[in-house]
Design a protein around this ligand. Structure first.
Ligand code: HEC
Ligand code: HEC
Ligand code: HEC
Ligand code: HEC
Ligand code: HEC
Ligand code: HEC
Ligand code: HEC
Ligand code: HEC
Ligand code: HEC
Ligand code: HEC
Length: 336
């Protein structure tokens, strides 16, 4: 329900930018010695001395350490064939970043010593015992920036050692899209068990039924907002992306909708009350702010209910009369 395509394209553009930046600051030798046949000369950054006699330093040595995915395939054929069907295969075609950003070695690092050692496992990067920081920084050599990932470095998940591969599996994904280790919401419930019961309440967003996803409202890669809650493209409440009729702008706004936010009246996951309201009786909800006796009302706060609003009978159903409770273009008291 979001413009996912746009986000990922932006992310990719940024990734490409960073790849280029890396290229111009040290990957040049790698690129020129890469035997990848697709590598056109135009990929050589004009400002870097690609063909000049560079000293035989670490960089030059490093360049020969990449062997290319086809070599890995000779011994890891099954893994290669699975991997070939994932989006990461595309990195073999993208020569901009040089061999360090391509194929198996884009994630596992240079493989020459591993190959020379007949598969010496101490000579290749494995994710097995790597720290969250190490893992994430590997993935983020390509997946940095963009609205989707710009907060990943310091997200709550990262801080709590939930790494990229807690949720994603490049070789063993269980979903068609996004290489997830499990589909949503099960993925999230492996750790957030408490939320499961909230979505089983009588009135809830249909997450367990597959209609709405956790990631529609949350960005598991982190956000600037609290609780990793997303904001809409216009930096408004994420709720408006689906509940567009509540956004307005209205001639007569009901202040809490825009100021305190939807959560001041609704529980976003689900609850026992109709419309996922925080309070079982609507009048009690309203009276939290619109105090019954105007004498108690704080100055500058919500106006009290008029004295003719006897709380005995039908005045209890506030929204029977004040039906346009999210805002109105016609009536200051939200009758229509
Ligand atoms: C996008 C990053 C990425 C790429 C590209 C990648 N791998 Fe991996 N590889 C991983 C991760 C992460 C693991 C750890 C296990 C997991 O989470 O799936 C792994 C694990 C492995 C393992 C250990 C066995 C296992 O399944 O746990 C082997 C062998 C391996 N990769 C080989 C390869 C080969 C060969 C290629 C190229 C065909 C490749 N990898 C491409 C990220 C990657
Ligand atoms: C000459 C054969 C050979 C080639 C070529 C080869 N490997 Fe391996 N690789 C092995 C063997 C053997 C193992 C150990 C197998 C095992 O433990 O299951 C291994 C293990 C691995 C592991 C897992 C290490 C671990 O601790 O479990 C990774 C990751 C890996 N290889 C990646 C690569 C990558 C990336 C390439 C290409 C750059 C590559 N391999 C090329 C033979 C090879
Ligand atoms: C060498 C660059 C590179 C590295 C390193 C890399 N990726 Fe990717 N990743 C890509 C590219 C390119 C795509 C494809 C983007 C596209 O198709 O728009 C991609 C796509 C993805 C996708 C989206 C898959 C989909 O179905 O849309 C996920 C998830 C992902 N990568 C996770 C990871 C994780 C986790 C790691 C670290 C283990 C990682 N990547 C490391 C380049 C990389
Ligand atoms: C808590 C689980 C979780 C963690 C941790 C996580 N992801 Fe994701 N990721 C997801 C889910 C779910 C999606 C698909 C829904 C979405 O787009 O938010 C996704 C989507 C993606 C995509 C494709 C969508 C896009 O717009 O780019 C990429 C690439 C990706 N993740 C990379 C990463 C990287 C890199 C890390 C580590 C820094 C990471 N993820 C950490 C759950 C996670
Ligand atoms: C591997 C375990 C794990 C997985 C899987 C996981 N999370 Fe988390 N998540 C955590 C931990 C640990 C924290 C930080 C501690 C806490 O506040 O619960 C956290 C924090 C959060 C927070 C912020 C909570 C707060 O109080 O601010 C949200 C929101 C969240 N996760 C959503 C998700 C979503 C959505 C998914 C699925 C796409 C997901 N998580 C998958 C472990 C996980
Ligand atoms: C309709 C939007 C929406 C959906 C769908 C959603 N969340 Fe939330 N979630 C929120 C909002 C908004 C908050 C912040 C609540 C607050 O600040 O009072 C939140 C808070 C949280 C928190 C912080 C603890 C708490 O309860 O306040 C966690 C953890 C969390 N959500 C996990 C999940 C998981 C896991 C899923 C999917 C199973 C999910 N959310 C689906 C909107 C949503
Ligand atoms: C001042 C309290 C309050 C705030 C703030 C509020 N709502 Fe409501 N909302 C209600 C009440 C009360 C009802 C039940 C209306 C009725 O009984 O007819 C309701 C009903 C709904 C409904 C179901 C009926 C309908 O009109 O479609 C949706 C959806 C909804 N609200 C979404 C939102 C969203 C999204 C926000 C934030 C933009 C929000 N609400 C903010 C009080 C509030
Ligand atoms: C991805 C789209 C999406 C997002 C984002 C979203 N909702 Fe919803 N919401 C729905 C759908 C679809 C329904 C209808 C549920 C059903 O019929 O099961 C719904 C129903 C509701 C209802 C109950 C309506 C009723 O008639 O009882 C309320 C209240 C509500 N949402 C509030 C919110 C709030 C508050 C947020 C932001 C925290 C939010 N929604 C974000 C899709 C969304
Ligand atoms: C979180 C506090 C809060 C809740 C809950 C709340 N309101 Fe309000 N309401 C306000 C504030 C603040 C104003 C704006 C006062 C102003 O503009 O001076 C307002 C304005 C109004 C007005 C217009 C008053 C006028 O003359 O401009 C009506 C009518 C109203 N609310 C009815 C309700 C009803 C009915 C409910 C319950 C469904 C409700 N409110 C729930 C805070 C709240
Ligand atoms: C039978 C219809 C009806 C019901 C039910 C009702 N109201 Fe009213 N309400 C009115 C009328 C009529 C006015 C006066 C409108 C005017 O002055 O133009 C009003 C005005 C208000 C105002 C504005 C006061 C001001 O000073 O601007 C508030 C606040 C309000 N109602 C809150 C509530 C609350 C809270 C409930 C539920 C406890 C409720 N109303 C139930 C008919 C109703």
């Amino acid at each position: 329900m979001r413009a996912g395509g746009k986000t990922s394209r932006a992310a990719l553009l940024l990734a490409a930018f960073f790849a280029l930046a890396a290229f111009s600051t040290g990957q040049t030798q790698d690129a020129t010695k890469d035997k990848a046949p697709q590598s056109p000369p135009s990929n050589v950054h004009p400002l870097t001395p690609a063909t000049s006699a560079a000293p035989a330093d670490a960089q030059t040595a490093g360049s020969s350490k990449y062997v290319g995915a086809e070599t890995c395939k000779t011994c890891h054929e099954k893994i290669y064939e699975g991997w070939e069907k994932t989006p990461h295969w595309k990195t073999t075609l993208d020569t901009k970043g040089g061999p360090s950003h391509q194929g198996c070695e884009g994630c596992h690092g240079p493989g020459a010593d591993h190959v020379a050692g007949g598969g010496d496992v101490s000579k290749i990067f494995t994710f097995k015992n790597a720290s969250t920081k190490e893992i994430n920084s590997r993935c983020m050599t390509c997946h940095v920036g963009g609205t989707q990932h710009m907060n990943a470095i310091n997200s709550l998940h990262t801080q709590n050692n939930v790494s990229c591969i807690s949720c994603h599996s490049p070789h063993d994904a269980k979903t068609k899209e996004f290489l997830l280790v499990k589909p949503e919401p099960e993925l999230c419930y492996t750790c957030h068990i408490q939320q499961k019961s909230q979505f089983e309440m009588p009135f809830h967003h249909r997450v367990n039924e597959g209609l709405v996803k956790c990631s529609d409202c949350h960005n598991p890669h982190g956000t600037v907002a609290a609780k990793q809650v997303r904001t809409s493209a216009t930096q408004d409440a994420i709720c408006f992306t689906c509940h567009t009729d509540k956004q307005g702008p209205f001639v007569f706004e009901h202040e809490p909708v825009k100021i305190e936010g939807c959560q001041s009246c609704h529980i976003p996951h689900g609850g026992a009350n109709v419309h996922m309201l925080r309070v079982s009786d609507v009048n009690l909800l309203c009276l939290q702010c619109h105090t019954n006796s105007p004498a108690n009302a704080k100055t500058g706060a919500a106006p009290g209910t008029p004295s003719f609003h006897s709380q005995q009978t039908f005045f209890k159903s506030c929204t029977l009369c004040h039906s346009q409770i999210h805002g109105s273009n016609f009536d200051q008291t939200f009758f229509k």
